[in-house]
Design a protein around this ligand. Structure first.
Ligand SMILES: NC(=O)c1ccc[n+]([C@@H]2O[C@H](COP(=O)([O-])OP(=O)(O)OC[C@H]3O[C@@H](n4cnc5c(N)ncnc54)[C@H](OP(=O)(O)O)[C@@H]3O)[C@@H](O)[C@H]2O)c1
Length: 284
């Protein structure tokens, strides 16, 4: 696909220090990254400072805004609903308001946790029904983004990059010969690098509406086994646990997997290759 250099240049990326944001910064080297906290020379913002948030957009007038900011700690969202709502929902309303003034194309990142997990393989037009506050606050953010015509909502699942996350936890436990407890549940994990590449392609297409981008459906147990196979570790220390054994503040969907038929038709399919995703994990 032809590279659209002008679109890569005048880009504002919120959440530039996160798992996905840092991968996007590599793909959009001329973009302005907005960090939560950061070193000297970086543009920093607490996104709940809505006046400054709008001001950054209105001064920069970017062609493209990519918003990866979220309070992703599901249990913290449950116990600190006010701040979760500000970060995951209210901020998007302010991004949309400023984006409309500056006529920017908005890419907003959403989650499989907007679904209740009763069915799995959710499509773009499946009806959300969040069962925890993280999912609800993200859904409110999606609605804000959807209220703007020139917006794309990328729904994804189980993003794993440089931070602590389930696949990285499994990898380190297995490398140390320790037990892995896999809670019985299904999702569609994706490496942050492949998700960023898919977002770049969708941005170049200037796609609007909702598009799912994730890996294939897999149980957390089977994922752990696959990671063990990747590094030639024994699988006998991987155990499956029932969700009822977990004492989490927030409920988790049983099967939040996403149907990627649309994105696999629109862009390069490689994000859907579980081996490639796990090679990136094991090689990182
Ligand atoms: N991680 C997953 O499993 C997953 C699954 C489905 C969907 N998603 C969605 O994918 C997107 C990217 O997730 P990710 O995995 O890259 O998460 P991440 O690494 O936690 O990145 C989120 C970013 O938001 C920043 N942030 C949090 N509070 C902020 C605030 N008040 N002001 C400014 N920035 C703030 C974080 O900065 P600090 O780290 O400094 O707080 C971080 O850089 C999110 O929209 C998330 O909802 C993630």
């Amino acid at each position: 696909m032809a590279e659209n250099k002008s679109e890569r240049g005048n880009v504002l990326i919120f959440g530039a220090g996160g798992q996905l944001g840092s991968e996007l910064m590599k793909l959009f080297p001329e973009a302005t990254g907005v960090y939560h906290t950061g070193s000297e020379g970086n543009l920093t913002l607490d996104i709940t400072n809505f006046v400054r948030l709008e001001d950054i957009i209105l001064k920069k007038r970017p062609k493209v805004i990519i918003n990866t900011v979220a309070l992703t700690n599901v249990d913290k969202c449950e116990t600190e609903k006010g701040i979760a709502n500000k970060i995951n929902a209210e901020s998007v309303r302010h991004i949309v308001r400023a984006a409309a003034v500056s006529r920017s194309y908005l890419v907003h990142v959403s989650t499989d946790y907007v679904f209740d997990g009763a069915d799995g393989m959710y499509k773009e037009n499946s009806i959300p029904n969040p069962i925890n506050f993280y999912g609800l606050s993200k859904l409110l953010g999606d609605w804000a983004a959807q209220s703007y015509d020139d917006s794309l909502i990328v729904r994804t699942s189980g993003v794993f990059g440089y931070k602590s996350n389930y696949p990285r936890f499994v990898l380190s436990q297995l490398k140390e010969g320790k037990e892995v407890k896999a809670v019985e549940s299904f999702y569609s994990p994706i490496h942050a690098k492949l998700l960023a590449e898919a977002i770049l392609e969708l941005t170049e297409l200037r796609r609007t509406g909702i598009v799912n981008v994730s890996g294939p459906r897999i149980s957390r147990y089977d994922l752990a086994v696959k990671i063990a196979e990747k590094i030639s570790a024994p699988t006998d220390k991987i155990f499956e646990l029932d969700q009822s054994q977990m004492k989490w503040p927030a409920s988790r969907p049983y099967d939040s997997s996403l149907d990627n038929t649309l994105s696999r038709r629109l862009i390069d399919n490689k994000f859907y290759d579980i081996d490639l995703n796990l090679d990136l994990l094991a090689g990182a």
